[in-house]
Design a protein around this ligand. Structure first.
Ligand SMILES: C[S@@+](CC[C@H](N)C(=O)[O-])C[C@H]1O[C@@H](n2cnc3c(N)ncnc32)[C@H](O)[C@@H]1O
Length: 366
């Protein structure tokens, strides 16, 4: 047991050093830009877990500084000494040891900061070279430090792929300061008690895709690649595709307002492969029907439905209302009222068999 615990902790700490690919950042950001070209205009963007030497977030925002009309870009990194695994992608943007500000005595203990302001941007011939203008932070670059908190407070928007093991703390750190944000998280984060109520209240939402939408993360040369989910691309980058991640945000994008095209209750029962054999079943312990797939949600059913968590990727708040989820953690009045046995707060049961955690939804009257 203790051995398993250590293995899980080691895996989690290694995930903290997964790096995001340029194409995945671009694909997500394009959706916000297409929805509103001015979504970042005149704003200060902070990338708080992003080393200017090799972060594709830093590279992407420096390259798009003019297009997005940013006021200021700030990118900070965490000192190597603090990392549980010291490695970085081998194919760096440039070799920082040759830069005049490089100081071997500081490099291990200090984070770095790179800033780009509208005035400087006008004077650099190529955004890529401007990335070399970083300096050392006073401290280690921990996002929880007073130094990085001050940077957070002057930012309008916080964007990054944060350390997986500190996801809850990181989100709280953003929300405490009431900032706009766009971050990567594990799919499981949707059901965290710090996240789900905010999705339900339509204060935060999923970005433009989950699972394969993020095509994979760059891992260093020392990282062992295994299984079909790992590859080396044509440039020699080592990539793991976890199929387990999503973008979480409170920045508007168009896709979340597109209603799902759905079948009627009668058609689902007649044709949907996951419903036609049994028809829609009712839970033993919730006053709701079990819907086993998002595309099996009947468009004309007025009662409460339990739908897979992945529904949230397609959730349109104008089409459905979220009441809660079938977890013992959800003690909201709306979910308590649906429990047919107040002593049994299990996930949904059908004929005594426990189902996955489901989101409880109801259609909005059109
Ligand atoms: C998942 S990686 C992603 C890096 C980069 N944002 C990207 O997407 O390519 C998270 C980074 O946060 C760093 N980190 C870990 N703990 C941190 C902390 N407390 N404060 C700031 N950065 C931290 C890790 O060392 C790692 O470089």
């Amino acid at each position: 047991m203790a051995g398993n615990k250590n293995l899980n902790a080691a895996a989690r700490d290694k995930n903290d050093e997964f790096y995001t690919q340029y194409g995945d950042i671009q694909r997500e950001l394009n959706c916000y830009y297409e929805y509103d070209e001015n979504f970042l205009r005149g704003k200060t963007v902070l990338l708080p877990c992003d080393d200017p030497e090799y972060s594709n977030f830093t590279k992407f925002f420096a390259a798009n500084f003019g297009l997005y009309g940013l006021k200021k870009l700030i990118s900070t990194s965490y000192a190597s000494q603090r990392k549980k695994f010291i490695y970085k992608p081998m194919r760096n943007l440039f070799d920082d040891d040759d830069l005049p500000q490089f100081d071997a005595s500081k490099d291990f203990y200090h984070g770095r900061i790179y800033t780009l302001e509208a005035a400087d941007f006008a004077n650099v011939s190529h955004e890529f070279y401007a990335l070399k203008n970083w300096r050392y932070l006073e401290g280690d670059g921990d996002f929880r430090s007073a130094e990085v908190k001050r940077l957070r407070d002057q930012a309008d928007v916080i964007i990054t792929n944060p350390p997986f093991s500190l996801f809850r703390d990181f989100l709280k750190w953003i929300l405490d300061a009431k900032k706009q944000f766009l971050i990567i998280g594990n799919i499981n984060c949707i059901t965290y008690k710090e996240v789900f109520p905010l999705i339900k209240e339509n204060k935060i939402w999923l970005g433009n895709g989950m699972g394969r939408w993020i095509s994979g993360f760059l891992v260093p040369d020392g990282y062992e690649l295994y299984g079909t989910e790992a590859r080396v691309d044509e440039d020699g980058n080592r990539i793991v595709a976890t199929n387990q991640c999503l973008w979480l945000t409170n920045i508007e994008h168009g896709r979340r307002h597109q209603p799902l095209k759905l079948m009627t209750y009668a058609d689902c029962e007649q044709f949907h492969p996951k419903v036609k054999d049994t028809g829609f079943q009712r839970y033993d312990n919730y006053d709701a029907i079990e819907v086993p797939a998002t595309d099996a949600i009947p468009r004309d059913y007025d009662g409460v439905m339990g739908v897979p968590i992945t529904f949230l990727d397609k959730y349109c708040p104008e089409q459905f209302e979220i009441l809660g989820h079938t977890s013992a953690n959800d003690l909201s009045p709306a979910v308590e009222a649906l429990r047919t046995d107040p002593k049994n707060r299990n996930r949904g049961l059908i004929n005594g068999q426990i189902k996955y955690d489901r989101v409880l939804i109801r259609r909005r009257q059109q």
